[in-house]
Design a protein. Structure first.
Length: 119
């Protein structure tokens, strides 16, 4: 089992920045890919960015390219999402997910952290 806890969300004005953190615990030795997803009210959950255990950036959504940066510190079992130039449309609950070796897709999720961007 892998447990994920997100932090760093909050209320920020448009143009501002936030850094989200996701701390993984439990069987983290099996974690291969970690990623950030988000879900806005009335919309489906969408992938924002993903990173491998070797720090290869696997995916970044077009809507956040050039503004958001995903990174990972394996020594701290933590993945980060640096969000700059935030827009009101970035408002959502941001979830951290983990894929493990031999697994199928994102099997583990955190409870999410709310990001609200005011105009």
């Amino acid at each position: 089992q892998v447990q994920l806890v997100e932090s760093g969300g909050g209320l920020v004005e448009a143009g501002g920045s936030l850094r989200l953190s996701c701390l993984a615990s439990g069987r983290t030795d099996n974690v291969y890919i970690m990623g950030w997803h988000r879900q806005a009210p009335g919309k489906e959950r969408e992938s924002v960015a993903a990173i491998s255990w070797r720090n290869d950036i696997l995916a970044v959504a077009e809507s956040v390219k050039g503004r958001f940066t995903i990174s990972r510190d394996n020594a701290k079992n933590t993945v980060y999402l640096q969000m700059n130039s935030l827009k009101p449309e970035d408002t959502a609950i941001y979830y951290c997910g983990a894929q493990v070796d031999g697994g199928s897709g994102y099997e583990y999720w955190g409870h999410g952290t709310q990001v609200t961007v005011s105009s």
